[in-house]
Structures are given as C-alpha cells and as structure tokens.
Ligand binder design. Sequence first.
Ligand SMILES: *[C@@H]1O[C@H](CO)[C@@H](O)[C@H](O)[C@H]1NC(C)=O
Ligand SMILES: *[C@@H]1O[C@H](CO)[C@@H](O)[C@H](O)[C@H]1NC(C)=O
Length: 300
Amino acid sequence: MAGALLGNLRGAFIVAPWVGYLALADVALSLLLPVKLIAPNLVYNISSGIASSVWKWVQVIFERVNGANITISGDKLPKGESAIVIANHVTWADFYMIQALAVRAGMLGRCRWFAKIQLRVVPFLGWGLWAMGMPMVSRNWMRDQRELDRVFSGIVGRKWPTWLISFSEATRFTPQKYEETKVWCTQNDRPVPKHLLYPRTKGFITTVQHLRKAPHVKAVYDLTIAYQHGDEFHEAPNMWETLKLSDISSQHGYKFHVHARRFPLEELPHTDEELAKWLECRWVEKGEWLDRKKKEWSAC
Ligand SMILES: *[C@@H]1O[C@H](CO)[C@@H](O)[C@H](O)[C@H]1NC(C)=O
Ligand SMILES: *[C@@H]1O[C@H](CO)[C@@H](O)[C@H](O)[C@H]1NC(C)=O
C-alpha cells in the first residue's frame, strides 16, 4: 500500500512540471494561430520547435529519469530526412519507441501523428495536438479526407519537413483482435501475419500517392516495435507506469526494442493494388521478425 502510494506520488511529482510546461506551450501555440495566415512557414517552424521541447521532455522522463533501455536495430535513418513512417501498434509506449528514432534523426519536432479525434478532449494535450497541426482522424472518411488534404498540402505544397506517422493496424494488438484477424484473413484468402493484425491499406495508399509528389519526402520507414516483460512477449508498461516507475528496465525487467527499415519512396510500386500488396509483404516479414525476436528473448 505505502509502496504503491509512494510510486504514484513519484509519478505525480515527475509529471506535474511537464503538464505545467504543456499548458504554457498551448498558450504559445494558440498565440501563433493567427500569425499562421501571414507567415505559415515560420509558424510551422516555431510550432515544431515547441513540439520538440514538449516531446523531448517526456522522452527524457521515460529514458533517463525512469531508466527505460530502448534498443535499436536495422537501417540507420538519415538526419533531417522527411518520410512516411509506419509501425505496428502494441500500446501507448510505442510513442516512445518511435520518438527514440526521431530524436536521433533530428526530426522529433517534425513528427506528425495520425491521432484519434477523441484525444481532442484530453485536457491540455488535446488542444496542444490540434494547435501543433497533428492530423486528427475520426474514421469518418468525408471528414478525414478534408483533414488529410490539409496535412498533405503543408507537406507537398509548402515542402514542410515531416515524419508522417501512422499505425497501419489502426488499433492496438490484442489476443481477441488477433483471432478476428485470423478469421478475416482466412475468409479473404490473405496471409495471417504473426503477432500482428492485418494492416489497413487505404490510409497508407492515400498517403504514398500524395506524398510521392513531394520531392523532399524520400522514403517509407517501416518500424517494428517489440516488448518483453519477464517471460511475456509484447507486454509493456501502461501509460502511467511509464511515467511513475523507476528503473523500468533494470529493476522491473521490461525490454524495449525498435527495428527500422528504410525503403526509398521511388522504389515503391505505383498502382493502389500493388501498394496494398507491398504493405502486406512488409507485415508478413514484420511478423517473422517479431517471431525471431520473441525466440531470441525467451532464450536468454
Ligand atoms: C523553416 O525551417 C526550414 C528547415 O529548417 C528552413 O529551410 C526554412 O527556411 C525555415 N523557414 C522559415 C520561414 O523560417
Ligand atoms: C541496454 O540493453 C542492452 C541489451 O540488453 C545492453 O547491452 C545495454 O548494456 C543496456 N544499456 C543500459 C544502459 O543498461
């Protein structure tokens, strides 16, 4: 009891200054909104700087203060390169895995995530996400299409440097969802990826077809995220635990890994059907990779 209380207090103590800072960032971002009309590029740059400081702070809490050891493998991602980023979705902590790579590539402030529209009601955060220009999607295709047009026009028309990040499975991996994936894949004659849900192809195809018109967007990064806790694969700390637990890796025994692959955009196929197939291949390979990682972790 006392231990749990201390843990929560520790979490509150660590997080409170960041929430205060987020509130200030919200004010700054709001003041910039009217300036956007006359100096959109400048506002994008300043907003990116503010976003970078907000996210860097959370990253420092997770990695340095709370000792999460994120290991990285695969292709080295070039500094400052704009890209379409896709990843598997396990849990909230995925956010830190992707940011760990963005920090190294100097793109943290340029990350634009497809966020659920529901997040808009989260105090401070929702407003901040909106004011930073994060694409907010609802699964209502008409509404989403307007939002996508807005995001694509910034990247294509104004050449804004961006990592445009989406979780292709659209929802988190759960054993129950996995059963649904298996049924769906069997019915539709598709391969069942291991440890993953079958990816949604529509958003990916739309994104690639639009952003290949932007010469500065050079690649698709395919990220594979894996966790381990004790003997349990794909088990990660929840949101509050990532903020309150100390020595997450050394004491609590959590492992965090992200594997990156870089595909030049010009090498991707051109038709929608081929792009859907391309994404499916990535997911099958990703499943094989996760399976090897699971065996590797369970052996040690
Ligand atoms: C915004 O940042 C980019 C990249 O760092 C730079 O090339 C551009 O000149 C900046 N634009 C403005 C208006 O500050
Ligand atoms: C992080 O984990 C890797 C792989 O298990 C290990 O080699 C490395 O020493 C760890 N780093 C820290 C800071 O504990």
